[in-house]
Design a protein. Structure first.
Ligand code: 2P0
Length: 346
C-alpha cells in the first residue's frame, strides 16, 4: 500500500565511562586496536547519558545527523565510517533476501546528551556506544539491548573507549582480544562508592586523544615501560574491587592516572592535560588522606584537567565540605548532587 509511509526506528541510551586504568595508544589506527587493556566505571544512565534515536525510511533523501536537535552540515567522518560498515556487513549477510530493501534507505541519527559538553566528561564514549547499539539493533534485527560482535565493532571504530560504555558497572576492554569488552562486576558490587567531578576548565583540549596517543607511541620510551605494568595492575584492581578494598583501589587508580600523565609529559613535544589547579588538587588529596590516616579520596584525570574523585558514602559530606572550602566556585556545580550513584542498566 503506497499510502503507508515506511519507517523503522530505534531509541537507546548509554552513559559515559571513567577510565581507572587508562587506554592509551593503538597498534592499529584504522581498526582501533589498543596497545593495552583498560578498565573503567560506567556512570549511571539515570544521572547522565546520551540519548540516540535512529530512523530509516525510503522517504529520506540522504543520511543526516542531528546533534542537540540541530541538523549538522555533514556526517562526522567516524559516524560515516560506522554507517558504511553496518551497510557493508548487512549486505554481505542478507544478499539473497529481498526483505532487506531497506539497505538502500537513508538514515536520520538524533543524538542528545543529558550532560553539558562543559561537564569535563568525554561524550564520545557514550555517543558512539549509543549509535553502535542503535545501528546494530536496526540493521541486525536484534532484540533491544543485545550486544552483538558487530555492535562492539561499531562502538570501537567510533571511539576506542566507547566499547567500554556498552556495559554498566566495572568494565574491562582486552588488548589481546580487542573485539571484547565485558562487565567484570555490576555497579551493585560496591554500592558505597561515589563519584564527584570537579570542573576546573571546560574548554576543549588542545590536542585530540587520537593525535596525542599517536605521538606518544612514536616518541615516549616511558610509555613502553608503562605497557609492561598494565596487566598486573588490572589484576590487582579487579581484586580490590572484588574485596571492596578502597585503600588498594585508590592506590592503583591514582598511580595509573599519574603514570599516564607522566607518559604524556614524556611524549615529545609534550602533551600536558593537567593544569596548576589539577596539580594543587593532587597535593590536597594526598595531604587530606595523610591527615586522615586512611585513604578517603582517590582522584583520576583523563585527557583533561578535571578530576574525577572516588569516595565512600560515609566520607562524602566531609569531602564536599573540603571542596567548598578550597574551591568555592565548584559548589555551584550541578554534578555534585547528581553523580553519586552508578547503576547497571543492562
Ligand atoms: C581512556 N582516554 O581510557 C583514556 C584515558 C583518554 C585518557 O580513551 O582515538 O577518544 O577514539 O580511540 O577513545 C580517549 O580516547 O580515542 C581515551 P580514540 P578515545 O578513557
Amino acid at each position: 500500500d503506497n499510502s503507508i509511509v515506511q519507517k523503522r526506528s530505534v531509541s537507546c541510551r548509554t552513559a559515559p565511562n571513567i577510565a581507572l586504568i587508562k587506554y592509551w595508544g593503538k597498534r592499529n589506527d584504522e581498526l582501533i586496536i589498543p596497545e593495552n587493556s583498560s578498565y573503567s566505571i560506567t556512570l549511571s544512565e539515570d544521572d547522565l547519558c546520551t540519548h540516540t534515536t535512529i530512523s530509516m525510511s525510503p522517504e529520506y533523501k540522504c543520511d543526516t545527523f542531528y546533534y542537540e536537535n540541530v541538523k549538522q552540515k555533514e556526517i562526522p567522518k567516524r559516524m560515516q565510517h560506522l554507517l558504511d560498515e553496518i551497510r557493508r556487513r548487512t549486505s554481505k549477510r542478507k544478499l539473497d533476501n529481498d526483505h532487506f530493501s531497506y539497505l538502500n534507505w537513508s538514515v536520520e541519527i538524533h543524538s542528545h546528551n543529558t550532560f553539558p559538553s562543559s561537564s569535563g566528561l568525554a561524550s564520545s564514549a557514550s555517543a558512539y556506544s549509543s549509535i553502535a547499539i542503535g545501528l546494530s539493533t536496526l540493521f541486525e534485527d536484534t532484540e533491544d539491548g543485545t550486544i552483538t560482535p558487530t555492535c562492539s565493532y561499531l562502538a570501537r571504530i567510533g571511539s576506542g573507549s566507547a566499547i567500554r560504555s556498552l556495559y554498566g558497572g566495572f568494565v574491562q576492554w582486552y588488548h589481546k582480544d580487542p573485539a571484547l569488552s565485558e562487565c567484570m562486576y555490576p555497579a551493585e558490587q560496591w554500592p558505597e562508592l561515589r563519584i564527584v567531578i570537579l570542573v576546573f576548565n571546560s574548554k576543549t583540549k588542545p590536542i585530540s586523544s587520537t593525535d596525542a596517543m599517536k605521538r606518544t607511541t612514536q616518541t615516549s620510551s616511558l610509555y613502553k615501560e608503562r605497557l609492561k605494568t598494565i596487566d598486573e595492575k588490572i589484576e590487582q584492581l579487579n581484586l580490590a574491587i572484588k574485596k571492596r578494598d578502597f585503600e588498594n583501589f585508590s592506590n592503583i587508580v591514582m598511580r595509573d592516572s599519574n603514570q599516564f600523565h607522566a607518559v604524556c609529559m614524556d611524549t615529545y613535544p609534550p602533551v600536558m592535560y593537567l593544569n596548576d589547579q589539577s596539580k594543587h588538587f593532587i597535593q590536597l588529596v594526598h595531604e587530606y588522606n595523610n591527615a586522615s590516616k586512611i585513604t578517603k579520596v582517590a582522584y583520576t584525570f583523563d585527557a583533561g584537567p578535571n578530576p574525577f574523585c572516588f569516595i565512600l558514602q560515609q566520607h562524602l559530606d566531609e569531602f564536599l565540605d573540603l571542596i567548598k572550602y578550597f574551591y568555592p566556585a565548584q559548589t555551584q556545580h550541578r554534578f555534585h548532587d547528581q553523580i553519586k550513584t552508578m547503576k547497571l542498566n543492562r
